[in-house]
Design a protein around this ligand. Sequence first.
Ligand code: ADP
Ligand code: MG
Length: 387
Amino acid sequence: MSHSPLPTPHSPLLPGATIGVFGSGQLGRMLAMVAQRMGYRVHIFSPDRGSPAGQVADCEITADYTDQEAVRAFVQGVDAVTFEFENVPAHVAMIANEQGVPVRPGGRVLRTAQQRLREKTFFAEANLPTAPFAPVRSLADLENGLETIGSPAILKTAAYGYDGKGQVRIERAGDAQAAWHAIGKQDAILEDYVDFEREVSMVAARGANGAFVHYGLIENRHHNHILDVSIAPANVAKQTVAVAAQYTRMVMEKLDAVGVLCVEFFLCRDGRLLLNEMAPRPHNSGHLTIEAAVTSQFEQQLRAVCRLPLGSTELLRPAAMVNLLGDLWRDGEPDWAALAAFPTAKLHLYGKADARLGRKMGHITVTAKTADEALETALAARVALRR
Ligand code: ADP
Ligand code: MG
């Protein structure tokens, strides 16, 4: 779809333009909602019909990412392309480039974030601190790696990991073979197990003109390797935030990333920050920016994709977010009526029909005078939902 006046590569895409999103989960859904609020059209490319993002978009194209004809046709119908998850095949960005449709973030960022070994190697080459790690392509690599790194350690598949999938903790060198089998004998990365004080993340955005903004540090608590709770602002020293911002900015500049990007950190007991991983898109820990910040991470992604100036990242109130996993549906539909007792709780549901254990179905955000109060209320609201 082309719009008048004809856009030059440097002019912003204004309301009325069509944004094409590859991926169709909750991140695409929340992006679509904010884009529509601002007068944009949203087309979703989804492997399945009736997806969380497809339900709210102007148009949902159902095809496989490997179907290059379908990708080409989809790209022809939009003014810019973005992603809501990073495991999209590289040809998607290439096809968009060929057709002169801007892709933000670009293929290089996706390629780096898609594979844990490439990602950690990129951090290391940029002199960004990480836990000691080693590439593992065979059982012998794993045994050698364990000798250098020591145990406990954690073995992660290099590709397609999320929410703790494809990870095993190794307690002692004798467990190497079992761990190698457990991850399906595929390319992997071995990491020192970090005895961190806390986990924190920085959600940031970079505009096409190089402008950089961030939301400060958010504290994240995981349960079974899945994000459970996020709290903003994290209770950390100002200097820690400044260091995280410097690292995050360096990541985005080195990859020339335009859009939203989140870096997950381990905060060590001695105050050092180690980079764990990055996501070149809005992040679960940034969902609370919808209620807590002047500009949400999703609006920020839209702004960057459209070459609009980035919005203010100012935090209006301390906030806490709790995830609602499929487990909450185990004994039937959660008790939504119980939320009536929590007037500050903001419910988000992603429109997923199948409430599998561990699947992210929705979240609740609470803003309050203090982060502690927001957390207490958000946790209580979630408990009240349980049947
Ligand atoms: P993903 O989020 O893609 O599943 P992560 O590497 O972020 O993968 O791992 C998920 C969680 O597992 C982390 O947030 C952290 O709680 C834990 N974890 C991962 N790597 C390490 C490590 N090297 N040391 C300690 N804990 C880890
Ligand atoms: Mg993670």
